[in-house]
Write a protein that binds this ligand. Sequence first.
Ligand code: 13P
Length: 253
Amino acid sequence: MRQLLIAGNWKMHGTRASAARLAGETLQALDASTDRDIVVCPPFVHLVEVGRAIQGSSVILGAQNLCAEEDGAYTGEVSGAMLRDCGCRYVIVGHSERRALYGENDALVARKFMAAQRASLTPILCLGETLEQRRRGQSREVVTRQLHAVLDAAGIAAFGQATIAYEPVWAIGTGNTATPEQAQEVHALIRSSLAAQDAKIAAAIRLLYGGSVKASNAAALFHMPDIDGGLVGGASLQAQEFAAICRAGAASI
Ligand code: 13P
């Protein structure tokens, strides 16, 4: 049985003080049970503050993005080693907002995935189709292409130290959650694509669903056989709601 992983993507909100407060409230709201991994991903400039607030707890620190390069003249960028130095263990790679708004293509996402692993960070690789692509019946094709771009570059063994999040773009921040069946179909596709290259790695990897996850829909999603947790945006900014999602996770296994 894969242990559930619930990650909160705080996106670009708040101040150092509000981020530390949210971290504290999240810790308080979570019960003591350790039967799942919980990651919070604040903005870069809040990492140290939040790291301090969660120190000594089981909550893990993650980042929302990283540079594909390791070190040098890359103005405005943040390397994997810098994130590791701030206490991060996870990093989100290829979020749809990075792909759509900052021009990150499959090749760059693959390079970021490998840069994360070189820095001993576990990448949370995001995949997902837009509404238009879904309407055209291209969901499977798009997700397969995005996955293979990284598989071909990094190799299947790299997925032994990675997490994948299926985040249909049409479900992010819209309130339109994918149904458990819609999400399961794509998760099964992702797992079988990996299994074609290594059955053991495919069975062990955690596949998260993201897109309008709430306390009210989390249990049904996490109950599906190939959904091993969630990547939570808006709801992770409310400690009680996020904790309820984490509890839904515990109840579903
Ligand atoms: P919402 O949960 O706000 O839809 O965001 C999902 C997301 O983008 C997490 O990375």
